[in-house]
Design a protein around this ligand. Structure first.
Ligand SMILES: [Zn+2]
Length: 384
């Protein structure tokens, strides 16, 4: 239950104090015009360069000029961006080639699952061939987007489940090809609730009503359960769940998921808003799972955007804006989580290198679950 009305005791007589604390106004200021300026005089640490080189493991660059992107990357010490192409077929291969050719050391690619031809009887073989082709062109992963489970239908018109056994050969093939499987399954919790005055992402959903899955035939928890079953079924396959496994509102659940599946990592892309509004829990989570979290942004490469991510991860600054798309994610601000150097180094770069097969032959996290809790020690003090 989400209620904003306090329950006050019934006053026995007219009371100026009760009148004061119970006064409310009905206002007609448009929500879109409301732009309060914080009067908080808190420390501001503008982080121009990250403390360690950064790999942006989750971005979409298809329409951008690699040279223009490189200028931003150089300005923000971004060593490498993983472009998750949203194209398929020949267009995808051309885009992958364009970026790899422009700067092979600076760009990597993740392919996009191609559902065209799903009504064909040989669709799985076709998909295995497509996967091989992508791997030949140097992709480091294949992405299964939220359409799987929500809208993709098989040849008979049935909604295709994420854990449909027919897809199993694809996840095994990824392991064989040594490429990661990225899942973006479902979306924030608020996208599954009505777009009304109680929705914490009201303005975002008002700008993008098509992002709402309220009333969808499959619940969010059912979608995540299907996804989690696939991760459990394919222990040899490396999985990355984008956007904090779509569960940044519930980091206890993400912790349980990581504990159960050593073959899983999560990326933080597009979730600074969620993580930064729960800084104590988020910081603890990052220290605990430092080997399993990869940096990513999922926003157009811009200097200011990267600097906000760095400020969130590196400083103890309070109550500042989060990096976001234009419609924002919710009406709140965030707090920095001042990660210690050994955690920053892993989250910014080393964990991603392992996923890109550039960190040695073992793509698995180095620490076993039992050792992990003592691996990251909480030694850092708030910055400045
Ligand atoms: Zn994305």
């Amino acid at each position: 239950m989400c209620s904003h009305d306090p329950i006050l005791p019934e006053p026995v007589a007219e009371d100026r104090f009760v009148a004061m604390v119970s006064a409310k106004a009905e206002v007609d200021l448009r929500l879109s015009d409301f732009a309060p300026c914080s009067q908080l005089k808190a420390a501001v640490h503008a982080i121009e360069k990250p403390r360690f080189p950064v790999i942006d493991y989750h971005n979409h660059l298809d329409s951008l000029d690699p040279r223009a992107v490189l200028r931003i990357m150089d300005a923000c010490d971004v060593e490498r961006i993983v472009n998750i192409t949203m194209q398929t077929g020949e267009a995808a291969l051309a885009t992958i080639g364009r970026f790899h050719h422009a700067a092979p050391e600076r760009f990597a690619s993740i392919g996009w699952m191609d559902w065209s031809g799903i009504d064909r009887s040989d669709f799985i073989q076709l998909s295995l061939d497509r996967l091989e082709r992508l791997a030949e062109h140097g992709v480091c992963g294949i992405k299964f987007w939220k359409d799987l489970g929500l809208t993709v239908r098989d040849g008979s018109g049935e909604l295709l489940r994420i854990d449909d056994e027919r897809l199993a050969p694809l996840f095994d093939k990824a392991a064989e090809l040594k490429i990661a499987v990225m899942f973006h399954t479902a979306d924030p919790d608020a996208f599954f609730t009505p777009i009304d005055r109680f929705n914490e992402r009201y303005e975002e959903l008002a700008a993008h009503p098509e992002w709402s899955f309220h009333g969808s035939p499959v619940s969010k928890s059912a979608l995540l359960a299907q996804r989690d079953r696939v991760i459990a079924r394919h222990p040899r396959t490396t999985f990355v769940c984008a956007h904090m496994a779509e569960s940044s509102e519930n980091l206890r659940y993400v912790a349980g998921l990581l504990d159960s599946h050593p073959n899983l990592s999560v990326d933080i892309s597009a979730r600074a808003a969620e993580l930064g509004r729960q800084p104590y829990t988020a910081r603890h989570f990052f220290l605990q799972y430092a080997d399993r979290i990869v940096f990513g942004t999922d926003l157009l490469p811009e200097i200011g955007m990267y600097r906000l991510y760095y400020r969130f991860l590196e400083t103890a600054d309070e109550y500042f804006e989060y990096p976001s798309h234009a419609s924002r994610q919710g009406r709140w601000n965030i707090y920095g989580i001042y990660l210690p150097d050994e955690v920053l180094r892993k989250v910014y770069r080393e964990n991603a290198l392992r996923l890109l097969n550039l960190g040695g032959t073992d793509v698995r996290p180095p620490a076993a679950p039992a050792e992990r809790s003592s691996a990251a020690t909480d030694t850092a003090h708030p910055a400045g």
